[in-house]
Ligand binder design. Structure first.
Ligand code: F0G
Length: 446
């Protein structure tokens, strides 16, 4: 059941097959280089691409554009306090701005940060401070055949191993990313949030939650972890964050907005430090790179994100896309996580070795067959990591209908039927920073 209907629509068009083939070649076989107008169903990301509610659009008009102390800032701060339980809020232009502000205040050269799995920009900001970013996922996080309700969890055992090696004094920050975007969007249990918090306390580290998808994570806790089924989604969402000393937030995900984010902290001294850094990189600490109207939309979006029908439908839609793909014999990570379906392109194209980028071939063929845009998160995006060749199909929030999902599954089924016909790809040009190559590199078919 849908608890909303459309009242504003945006036309989309499926270019002809010849056009799509031409576009693909012109884009250097990299979907980031395609124009949005050339894409029919855009599953590149769930970040900033969702649909705002009428209440959010109405709130835009109330935007107070005062440079300092705007009414809009106070409305956002109240929403963050009510929904997430943090008193000190520092707005930023998006999630990575919050990472810069917070990690720039917490880290020094030579430090080590532990995270269930660092998202790309989180890792980059840790490294940018001269610190090392170490992932501590649980066993099975990368194994499609592994079973578990909370494969996004943080492995305290692995983390202890790292601390034994480097010494607790070098680990000032422990991070939990909920849900775990880099591990197929799998959720983190409340028990694991508590255990990670205890571990951080034990080694005297700050405990930070990357809360981008906090509402989706709370939904899974209610559904799968005993003792939470009778609690409200809002209460569970708040409890999981209550153990953290700080959060970084990309409003472009569970803030239900197109742009914006913030860092929020408990300690007033850390808040002061972070504000100084925000002034340098983001803007005065009551707007942080956001327009007053954007602060308003985020304030409303945060409250909508923990309304039960919204999240349930959201997660259910992702599951539906996973089921449609499974029915078409396309290998997906199941059960699906909160925001995306991950297809195992290594399994789909066993004849293409990782160094010839099976995932990127799938990205190209989903576009060529159906104008569907997705993103590779395997050997092309992470050259040095030993990861499966997954392709992520991320669903923008409140945006596509079942017909779009059926089109995507039908497209993937056609690609699967021709799986033997495809060869790999090779890189023809790439930027100097290897970590960023999948955004702009150009390739050609072998
Ligand atoms: N943390 C996580 C877990 C994320 O998924 C993202 C963004 C960020 C931080 C950074 O937030 O984009 O607002 O600066 N993820 C997007 C994605 C880009 O497609 O997964 P941002």
């Amino acid at each position: 059941m849908r608890s909303y209907k459309a009242k504003m629509v945006e036309p989309i068009r499926l270019p002809s097959r010849e056009e799509r083939s031409r576009n693909l070649a012109a884009a250097g076989y990299n979907a980031f280089n395609l124009d949005a107008a050339e894409v029919y169903v855009d599953l590149l990301t769930d970040s900033g691409t969702g649909t705002m509610s009428d209440a959010q659009w109405a709130a835009l008009v109330r935007g107070d554009e005062a440079y300092a102390g705007s009414k809009s800032f106070h409305r956002l701060a109240a929403a963050v306090d009510d929904v997430m339980g943090f008193e000190h809020v520092i707005p930023t232009h998006q999630g990575r701005g919050a990472e810069n502000v917070l990690y720039g205040s917490l880290l020094e050269e030579g430090d080590v940060v532990l995270n269930n799995t660092h998202f790309d920009t989180t890792r980059a900001h840790v490294v940018n401070q001269g610190a090392a970013a170490v992932d501590c996922p649980v066993e099975g996080a990368w194994d499609r055949s592994a079973e578990g309700d909370f494969l996004g969890n943080f492995s305290v055992e692995r983390a202890r191993g790292v601390v034994d090696e480097v010494g607790a004094e070098r680990v000032p920050v422990v991070v939990l990313t909920i849900t775990n975007n880099s591990a197929a969007g799998q959720p983190v249990s409340m028990a694991n949030v508590r255990a990670t918090a205890e571990f951080a306390e034990e080694i005297d580290a700050a405990f930070v939650i990357d809360a981008c998808r906090f509402a989706e994570n709370a939904h899974f806790i209610r559904e799968r972890e005993s003792g939470f089924e009778d609690r409200t989604l809002a209460a569970v969402a708040r409890e999981q964050l209550s153990y953290a000393d700080a959060v970084t937030m990309s409003g472009k995900k569970d803030g239900l907005v197109n742009i914006g984010g913030f860092a929020a902290v408990r300690d007033p001294d850390l808040a002061e430090l972070a504000k100084q850094r925000a002034i340098l990189y983001e803007g005065f600490p009551t707007y942080g790179g956001m327009a007053g109207r954007d602060l308003e939309a985020l304030a409303v979006g945060l409250r909508e994100a923990v309304e039960p029908p919204y999240v349930a439908e959201r997660v259910e839609q992702v599951a539906t896309l996973g089921e449609l793909l499974s029915e078409a014999d396309v290998p997906v990570v199941a059960p699906t996580g909160g925001h995306a379906v991950y297809v195992d392109a290594g399994d789909l194209f066993p004849g293409i070795p990782p160094e010839e980028f099976p995932g990127q071939r799938l990205v190209c063929e989903l576009y060529r067959e159906g104008g569907v845009r997705t993103v590779e998160l395997g050997s092309f995006a992470f050259p040095d990591a030993d990861r499966p060749d997954y392709v992520r199909l991320a669903l923008p929030r409140r945006t596509y209908w079942r017909e779009h999902l059926e089109h995507v599954a039908g497209t993937a089924a056609t690609v699967r039927e021709r799986a033997d016909e495809y060869a790999g790809l090779e890189i023809v040009s790439e930027p100097p920073m290897k970590e960023l190559r999948h955004f702009t590199a150009e390739l050609r078919p072998l």
